[in-house]
Design a protein around this ligand. Structure first.
Ligand SMILES: Nc1ncnc2c1ncn2[C@@H]1O[C@H](COP(=O)(O)OP(=O)(O)OP(=O)(O)O)[C@@H](O)[C@H]1O
Length: 312
C-alpha cells in the first residue's frame, strides 16, 4: 500500500483523571519494524492497545491501513496479528487444541503443524498449555499471533522472561517475518532487541516520545565519550573540543561531538608529554546512554531540538 501502515498523531489516552499518553505521534511504513522503548509506565502498552483498537483514544489520530481500528474493526482485524503480554487461553487445553481453536476463529490460517514446527513447538503439541515453560508459552503466543499470516504484527514485550537462546530464536522468527514483508510494531525493555531488529524506534517517557528516528539518529542525540587515566603528577590536560572532567583519582572523561578529532588530539598530546593514557576507551553513545538520558530527563519531549524525525 502507499503511505504508512500505521499512522498515529497527537494521541492522548487517559485512565480516569490520569493522562497516560500525552501527544504521541509516529508512523510505520510497510515492511518496517518500529520499536517503542521506554521506562516502566511510559505509556507503551496503552499506545499499542489503542492502535490495536482495544481502546478508544481521548483525542488524536490512529490509522491502520488508513482505517480507524475501532470503527473499521471488521476490516482491520483480519489483517492484524496480536501478541499480548498475557494471553488468556485455558491452560487445560493442549498446545495443538489451542492452536486449532484459534485457527477456527480466524480467516486464512496457516496449518497447525507448520505453525508449530516454525517455532519449535511441534514436539510439545500434546502437552497441556499450563505445563509449558514460560519460554514455550511465549513461543505459543507468537504462533497464535502469526497464525492468520497477518500483514501487521503487534508484539508487546515478546521476549520478556525468555532465556538468551529462546530470545535469539524469536528474533530469527521476527526477521523471517520481516523478510516476508510483515510490518511489525514492537514494545520491549531489551535495548539489544531494538538495536538488532528495529528499522526505527522511539523512546517514551511519562506519556510522551522523548526521541525517535533510526538507531543512528537516536544515538546521535548523545555525545561520544573518551575515557582514560592520568598519573597524579600530570596536572595538564589536552586541549579538546569536548567537555573534560577529571576526578580525584586521575580518571578523565571527555564528552565530545568530535570523537575522532579529540581522540587524535589526545593521543598526540600524550606522545608529546610522554605519558601513557591508561585504560583508554573511546566510543560513540550507546542506546543505553540515550535511554539513561531520557530517564534522567536530559532529553525532554518538549525540547523539539532533540527530537529526530527521519525522512525515509
Ligand atoms: N487500567 C489502568 N488503570 C489506571 N492506570 C493505568 C491502567 N493501565 C495502565 N495505567 C497507567 O498508565 C501508565 C502507562 O501504562 P502502560 O502500561 O501503558 O505503560 P508501559 O510503558 O507499557 O509500562 P511497562 O513497561 O511497565 O509495561 C502507567 O502509569 C500505568 O500505571
Amino acid at each position: 500500500m502507499d503511505g504508512p501502515v500505521i499512522d498515529v498523531g497527537e494521541l492522548h489516552c487517559s485512565y480516569g483523571d490520569f493522562e497516560a499518553v500525552r501527544g504521541v505521534g509516529f508512523d510505520v511504513a510497510p515492511g518496517e519494524l518500529f520499536a517503542l522503548l521506554g521506562t516502566n509506565g511510559a505509556g507503551k502498552t496503552t499506545t499499542m492497545e489503542t492502535i490495536e483498537g482495544h481502546r478508544t483514544p481521548d483525542r488524536g489520530r490512529v490509522r491502520v491501513f488508513g482505517m480507524d481500528p475501532v470503527r473499521d474493526r471488521a476490516r482491520v482485524r483480519p489483517r492484524v496479528g496480536i501478541m499480548l503480554q498475557h494471553s488468556g487461553f485455558s491452560g487445560d487445553l493442549t498446545v495443538a487444541e489451542t492452536v486449532r481453536l484459534w485457527q477456527s476463529m480466524i480467516s486464512n490460517p496457516a496449518r497447525v503443524d507448520s505453525a508449530l514446527e516454525a517455532l519449535n513447538l511441534h514436539h510439545r503439541r500434546d502437552v497441556r498449555v499450563k505445563q509449558l515453560s514460560g519460554g514455550e508459552r511465549r513461543r505459543l503466543d507468537l504462533v497464535l499471533a502469526t497464525l492468520g499470516n497477518p500483514e501487521v504484527l503487534f508484539l508487546d514485550e515478546p521476549t520478556t522472561g525468555l532465556d538468551p537462546e529462546s530470545r535469539k530464536a524469536t528474533w530469527e522468527i521476527v526477521r523471517n517475518l520481516l523478510v516476508a514483508g510483515t510490518t511489525v510494531l514492537l514494545t520491549t525493555h531489551y535495548l539489544e532487541e531494538a538495536e538488532r531488529l528495529a528499522h526505527r524506534l522511539a523512546i517514551m517517557h511519562a506519556g510522551r516520545i522523548a526521541v525517535s528516528g533510526s538507531l543512528t539518529d537516536v544515538l546521535a542525540t548523545q555525545r561520544a565519550r573518551i575515557e582514560f587515566e592520568l598519573p597524579g603528577e600530570i596536572g595538564a590536560l589536552p586541549d579538546l573540543t569536548g567537555d573534560i572532567r577529571r576526578d580525584a583519582n586521575g580518571k578523565v572523561e571527555v564528552r565530545t561531538d568530535h570523537l575522532q578529532h579529540d581522540l587524535h588530539t589526545a593521543l598526540g598530546w600524550a606522545d608529546e608529554q610522554d605519558v601513557r593514557l591508561a585504560r583508554l576507551r573511546a566510543q560513540h553513545a550507546s542506546l543505553d546512554d540515550v535511554f539513561h538520558a531520557v530517564h534522567e530527563g536530559h532529553i525532554d519531549a518538549d525540547d523539539r531540538t532533540r527530537e529526530v524525525v527521519t525522512a525515509r
